[in-house]
Design a protein around this ligand. Structure first.
Ligand code: A2P
Length: 307
């Protein structure tokens, strides 16, 4: 698979994003495991990597990029697309720039391609690193935090800025105060969480969508097998001689969105790239549109009132 086979979404006149990115989020991923996975992914053709301050994989990703450049697996930094995210404890106007600078230090990069506000909420720093309780969550200062994000872009520390998990209502607030429209909104999206209303709104406003948990995060504590075990998707996969994962990713591609899929297994990494030379039929799309909808993470307070 050559890099030229990965289609791109246009973010702005001079900035494109490879549609598929490798996710590096997970529960306490060991440093060497993340680093090795990124090296493998670069070897099989991935160019787009997604991390976040809260994933604690920025350092491993940075080391893998450094090594890939040294070994000549990547010609130059500009061939890669790197996303990171502002954690909720840094989602205060005066903490945004230092948080991005810390991410850049860990990633050993001069700039990010995309910096996202991770959640539409804030939380005062905690003594432990766990998720905040309901009482600890505060409303996001949308105007102040977005102005600080805009400043990061103006300083050249990130090429594009965007948001994650933002519902329509928070996007409306943001757009009413923004000078720069967010390039994208990264949200849960897959055949069992199709985000029809949010996608329609974002399309009208020129905001791209990137899907996380495109396979429903099977094998994780927050995800499940509802996509891989879905009968409709299994039938469609059989009819094309593809896997259910490939059908799910192909469906996302045909919806015109980007997607962040996490696999640290070389064969599955390759399989997930093999979705660009075939297509779903009208009948497949109709069946997928009928799939029962449900969300991940319903019980977590952080996931209340998010997209
Ligand atoms: P693994 O890393 O062992 O490949 P999501 O991207 O929706 O969050 O899902 C991530 C999970 O899906 C990971 O546990 C990953 O496991 C698994 N996965 C990724 N690609 C595939 C695939 N092609 N087939 C089956 N499982 C996959």
């Amino acid at each position: 698979m050559s890099d030229d086979n990965i289609p791109r979404l246009v973010l702005s006149r001079n900035h494109c994003m490879p549609v598929i990115g490798l996710g590096t989020g997970g529960f306490q991923i060991p440093h060497e495991v993340a680093k090795t996975a990124v090296m493998e992914a670069i070897k099989v053709g991935y160019e787009h990597f997604d991390t976040a301050s809260s994933y604690e994989t920025e350092q491993a990703l940075g080391e893998a990029i450094e090594e890939a450049l040294k070994l000549g697996l990547v010609g130059s930094r500009g061939e890669l697309f790197i996303t990171s995210k502002l954690w909720i404890t840094d989602a205060y106007p005066d903490r945004v720039l230092p948080a991005l600078q810390k991410s850049l230090r860990l990633l050993k990069l001069e700039y990010l391609d995309m910096y996202l506000i991770h959640f539409p909420v804030s939380s005062k720093p905690k003594r432990d690193s766990g998720l905040p309780s309901k009482e600890e969550i505060e409303p996001l200062d949308v105007k102040g935090v977005w102005a600080a994000m805009e400043e990061c872009k103006k300083l050249g520390l990130t090429k594009s800025i965007g948001v994650s998990n933002f519902p329509v209502k928070t996007l409306e607030n943001l757009l009413s105060v923004a000078t720069i429209t967010p390039s994208l909104n990264q949200v849960e999206m897959n055949p069992t969480c199709q985000q029809k209303e949010l996608r329609e709104y974002c399309k009208q406003k020129g905001i791209l969508i990137t899907a996380y948990s495109p396979l429903g995060a099977p094998g994780t504590i927050w995800g499940n097998n509802r996509i891989l075990d879905n009968e409709i998707l299994i039938d469609i996969a059989k009819s094309h001689g593809k896997s259910v994962a490939q059908v799910s990713l192909r469906w996302l591609f045909e919806q015109g969105v980007g997607f962040i899929v996490k696999s640290f297994n070389k064969e599955r990494m390759k399989q997930n790239l093999e979705i660009f030379d075939w297509s779903l039929t009208e009948n497949d799309l109709e069946k997928i549109s009928q799939i029962k909808q449900m969300r991940l993470n319903q019980e977590n307070p952080l996931f209340e009132n998010i997209a």
